[in-house]
Design a protein around this ligand. Structure first.
Ligand SMILES: Nc1ncnc2c1ncn2[C@@H]1O[C@H](COP(=O)(O)OP(=O)(O)OP(=O)(O)O)[C@@H](O)[C@H]1O
Ligand SMILES: [Mg+2]
Length: 126
């Protein structure tokens, strides 16, 4: 598998924009023209890390899986809490991000790490 390029961000309100720019560069390098879903996904996952963890670093990795040809986007943060899909609630003003992400991708998941934090990942065909 090719070495995935990595972006290390401070957890701040600037992180989602930096992650979008990084995704644009990575997609150009990989010669993938359509970055629409990728931009939404990386924005939502990095915003979640900033909003729901709010300290430390956020690490973004974007690469193409050699076997499947699918693009993989991974966002690591230092928080111990895990993402949960909230039950649909007509009155809620938040809780839509992860359902939106899951609708855009083939598969997504969370990998808690023994060392620290967790990785939220998606794989999809752009
Ligand atoms: N990186 C994360 N670390 C810890 N908890 C998370 C993380 N991402 C999501 N969560 C938890 O999962 C819940 C659902 O996330 P989701 O993105 O669907 O909704 P939201 O971020 O609360 O609102 P919205 O995305 O609509 O602005 C969050 O409210 C939060 O409790
Ligand atoms: Mg969210």
């Amino acid at each position: 598998m090719p070495e995935p390029a990595v972006l290390v961000l401070a957890s701040s309100e600037r992180a989602p924009g930096c992650a979008r720019r990084f995704l644009g560069e990575r997609f150009r390098e990989m010669e993938i023209a359509d970055d629409y879903a990728g931009r939404i996904v990386v924005t939502e996952l990095v915003t979640n890390s900033y909003k729901h963890v709010g300290f430390g670093h956020i690490v973004v990795r974007i690469f193409r899986e050699e076997r499947s040809g699918l693009v993989r986007i991974e966002v690591w943060d230092q928080g111990v809490g895990l993402p949960v899909v909230r039950p649909a609630d007509d009155q809620a003003v938040s809780g839509r991000g992860l359902p939106l992400v899951s609708a855009l991708v083939q598969e997504w998941g969370v990998r808690p790490l023994l060392e620290e934090g967790k990785v939220v990942w998606v794989r999809y065909a752009p």
